[in-house]
Write a protein that binds this ligand. Structure first.
Ligand code: DPP
Ligand code: ZN
Length: 878
């Protein structure tokens, strides 16, 4: 496998102007013919034309209508090369034969449930035909699809349908034309037996857009929420960014076999069914929220990704970071901003920070890769920091300039940076380091109050830890949002701050502010607030204004104070989390030394008062009484100890449940659903609080609480509550657990999305010795290694269980090792996602290290390993 470097980027020698594709879809094989008009970048260029291709059978090549003979071109397993193409403009026609029915990688053209569909990002188009498969080749496409009419009545591609009709032999065709230039990763084709939910949207300037969501006919009733989400997203993008949809038709197709969540192909988004189909009976609130976010995400790509695209795959964050940021903002505006921020930061801590601290660490814009990297969530945080620094209006000005400059171009992260800077005349010093330096910055803050001078000082000291290939780092530009609380918990007015030898006013229009953004740019730096008349308690990094690890000198009592009073709700939650993490670490050390575990009663009282706080948002309460995840705590230990952290988390949960039992029971009772399911923040918040309380109670495993959970399970009128009750009961090994799991399966076996939840719940279980159960589930009739969702539920779920995946006898590692080898032969992308569960093996004790390493070595020694798995396994061992 070959490593590809950003520094080696070269402009293409040939540009493509138009591409006319013709697909003749068949059961045995599919013919693809592609007619491309090509122009050399440099007139009279003598460079060879190198096209990418993989798993293709070449049928013929023509240049300017003349068929080429053997020596006129070269073909190898990855390329088709024309050593000396004609000068000037010429046409190239290529016919290939492909076998979509046999394509289990789910990249390129493949079949899912008997329908044809495509996935071309990042490099799937080369599995359809020979092409310069790189995003800086943008061309206008037409696509003619021919297929048997009975089997494939619906034929879709990008753009507008301009012709359709019947052909001989029961076949028919459709011709699509996309008026916008696009890179080939945005090409899409769908053919199958599908029906649609139809609706329309009138854009700001009065264009009527037809909206269609396609699924097999029985699922059409479950597309209502997706349609609602699409229309909400279209409206939001007009209102917030002034961005309108640019065609008369927008299609979404849901398919059950899909490697990722969804794909933003121009005007023909293809979705994993799990992110389209929902009904109150079968989908949870989390599913509804995910659908809203991802439908928004893919729709927003129409501007940030499609109209303006990436020059190369190192710039992935240009579209993903920006579009994730946009979907986060959309979801915040549709629900609760604080709760959304809490969820996003939790994800960052669960997935991103550990990755940044391990062998797979790479910057937002990587320097090299073997297979195009998955996106990194910190990209959205970088975009968020522009907004934090420039304000909403400044950010919007930057976005406007970005589109003005780069519409229909393939550009880089610097171009985005330059638009933000130039639109605002901003001073950004070393901000670009966020794109090139890997690792999570660690920032230590110490504070001091000078009662005589009435000043309050914050000293920052930052350090970016070394990462593979980057031993030494420079200080980053970190926006730190700060407020200072007085002794009653109110924000103190802030008017000026002394920094870098000068005093700067931070008042706005002569008025003091109550929160300000400090720009921390040096390794060590001090900010001194003037006119502070009492010792304040600082609220630092409000709203998580930068993706960093913060360590402060706040005492436990400061943290309890912030938990009770901070006007920044995010930081209120965060104060509780900091307390909980400290507590869990201390108790984990006690556990390791066989000391009895004792919980600080103040902690329980703190959570108790949040639980019973009638004016707080219910979903916020649910988040605030939820302990940090085990991974997050393990991440803070020198040697990660899954057994200790798990035992401690279970212990604290039981203590809380015991002490607050009465309040928790009344929380469940008061928050039952009174009428039908409604998707809105208040109702979701109520269900979330009820379910959180029920899970605490059921952890006690006493007859009263189990009976309560059973009652909730039986009376639940929606999946959110039914599944939560099932999960609550399933925490403890028992006969009841087995019975309820069996009951749930028999109820829902006809619905594959619900069955996946059932797989995931069992896979993630921490009950002892669960690996055997998961092994058995591999042979369950409803399981199929070829379906990514099932793999993510069962195998992915299992890797998330700290005690069973990391079982000290190595049984969990052995299981994953075996599955990865099998899976890699079917679907390398999915296999590589699974193998990454091994990547942080060095974080554990020596016994576990040896066991995990042995599995990685076993995988590496497998014949015919994919590049995807090779990259992760080899980097993990390096
Ligand atoms: N481009 C795709 C998306 O944004 C990749 N998963 O969803
Ligand atoms: Zn995306």
């Amino acid at each position: 496998p070959k490593e590809i470097f950003l520094k080696d980027y070269k402009l293409p020698d040939y540009y493509f102007d138009t591409v006319d594709l013709k697909f003749s879809l068949g059961e045995e094989k599919t013919y693809v013919s592609s007619k491309i008009s090509i122009v050399a970048r440099v007139e009279g260029s003598s460079a060879p034309l190198v096209l990418n291709g993989q798993d293709l059978k070449l049928v013929s090549v023509k240049v300017n209508e003349t068929e080429l003979k053997d020596g006129d071109y070269h073909v190898d397993s990855r390329h088709l090369i024309l050593p000396s193409p004609p000068s000037g403009v010429f046409t190239l026609e290529i016919v290939t034969e492909i076998y979509p029915q046999k394509n289990t990688s789910l990249e390129g053209l493949y079949q899912s449930s008997g329908n044809f569909c495509t996935q071309c990002e990042a490099e799937g188009f080369r599995k359809i035909t020979y092409y310069q498969d790189r995003p800086d080749i943008m061309a206008k496409y037409t696509c003619r699809i021919e297929a048997e009419k009975d089997l494939y009545p619906v034929l879709l591609s990008n753009g507008n349908l301009i012709e359709q009709g019947d052909l001989e032999g029961g076949r028919h065709y459709a011709l699509w034309e996309d008026p916008f230039k696009k890179p080939c990763y945005l090409f899409a084709l769908v053919a199958g037996k599908l029906e649609s939910r139809d609706d329309s949207f009138i854009t700001h300037s009065g264009r009527k857009v037809s909206l269609r969501i396609w699924t097999p006919s029985q699922d059409v009733p479950k597309t209502g929420h997706a349609m609602y989400s699409l229309k909400a997203a279209m409206k939001w993008d007009e209102e917030v960014f002034g961005l309108e949809y640019d065609l008369d038709l927008f299609n979404i197709v849901a398919v059950p076999d899909f490697n990722m969540g969804a794909m933003e192909n121009k005007s023909l988004n293809i979705f994993n069914s799990k992110l389209v189909l929902a009904s109150p009976e079968t989908a949870t609130d989390a599913d509804y929220a995910a659908i809203l976010g991802v439908i928004g995400h893919e729709y927003f790509h129409n501007w940030t990704g499609n109209r303006v695209t990436c020059r190369d795959w190192f710039q992935l964050s240009l579209k993903e970071g920006l579009t994730v940021f946009r979907d986060q903002e959309f979801s915040s505006d549709m629900g609760s901003r604080t709760v959304k921020r809490i969820s996003d930061v939790s994800k960052l801590r669960i997935y991103q920070f550990p990755q940044d601290a391990g062998p797979m660490a790479h910057p937002v814009r990587p320097h090299s890769y073997i297979k195009v990297c998955s996106q990194i969530y910190a990209g959205a945080e970088v975009v968020r920091m522009y907004k934090t620094l420039l304000g909403s209006q400044g950010f919007r000005k930057g976005m406007d300039l970005y589109f003005q400059r780069h519409d229909s171009q393939a550009v880089t992260c610097e171009d985005f940076f330059a638009a933000m800077r130039d639109a605002n005349d901003a001073e950004f010093s070393n901000f670009l380091l966020w794109y090139s330096q890997a690792g999570t910055p660690m920032v230590k803050v110490t504070s001091s109050y000078d009662a005589e001078a009435h000043t309050f000082s914050l000293k920052f000291c930052q350090e970016v830890p070394p990462t593979p290939g980057q031993p030494v780092k420079e200080p980053m530009f970190i926006p730190v949002s700060v407020g200072l609380l007085d002794s009653t918990g109110k924000d103190l007015p802030l008017s000026s701050v002394y920094h870098d030898g000068t005093s700067q006013s931070i008042a706005k229009d002569g008025q003091p502010v109550y929160s300000t953004v400090l720009r921390v740019t040096k390794k060590e730096e001090e900010f001194v607030f003037a006119d502070i008349n009492e010792r304040p308690i600082p609220s630092l990094l409000r709203d998580f204004s930068a993706p960093i690890r913060l360590e402060s000198d706040l005492t436990d009592s400061d943290l309890f104070f912030l938990l009770a009073h901070d006007s920044d709700e995010f930081n209120r939650w965060e104060a509780g989390q900091v307390l909980a993490r400290k507590l869990m670490l201390t108790l984990a050390a006690d556990f390791q030394q066989n000391k009895p575990l004792v919980l600080n009663p103040k902690f329980i009282r703190g959570l108790g008062s949040i639980l019973c706080h009638s004016s707080l948002d219910k979903e916020f309460i649910a988040k605030a009484i939820t302990l940090p995840g085990e991974g997050e705590v393990m991440d803070m230990m020198d040697v990660a100890d899954p057994d200790a952290v798990h035992a401690v988390r279970v212990f604290i949960r039981k203590q809380i449940a015991q002490e607050l039992k009465g309040d928790l029971i009344s929380t469940v009772e008061k928050n039952r659903s009174s009428d039908g399911y409604v998707f809105n923040h208040d109702n979701m918040a109520r269900r979330s609080l009820k379910n959180t309380a029920l899970a605490y109670l059921a952890s006690l495993d006493d007859p009263e609480c189990t009976a309560l959970a059973m009652h909730e399970y039986k009376t639940a009128a929606n999946m959110t509550e039914q599944f939560a009750a099932l999960a609550a009961i399933a925490q403890n090994p028992s006969q009841t657990r087995e019975e309820v799991l069996a009951d749930f399966y028999s109820k829902w076996q006809h619905d594959f999305l619900v069955v996946n939840k059932w797989f995931a719940l069992q896979a993630m279980s921490n009950i002892p010795g669960n690996v055997e159960n998961v092994r058995n589930l591999l042979n369950h009739p409803a399981f199929d290694l070829r379906n990514p969702n099932k793999v993510y539920s069962l195998i992915g779920g299992f890797c998330g269980s700290p005690v069973n995946f990391h079982a000290k006898d190595g049984s969990g590692y052995k299981f994953l090792g075996e599955v990865v080898v099998q899976l890699d032969k079917i679907n390398p992308q999915v296999a590589s996602r699974m193998v990454s569960a091994f990547s942080r093996w060095r974080r554990y004790d020596e016994t576990r290290q040896n066991l995990a390493k042995a599995q990685l070595e076993m995988i590496m020694s497998t014949n015919g390993l994919s590049e995807n798995v090779f990259e992760i396994a080899s980097k993990s061992l390096a």
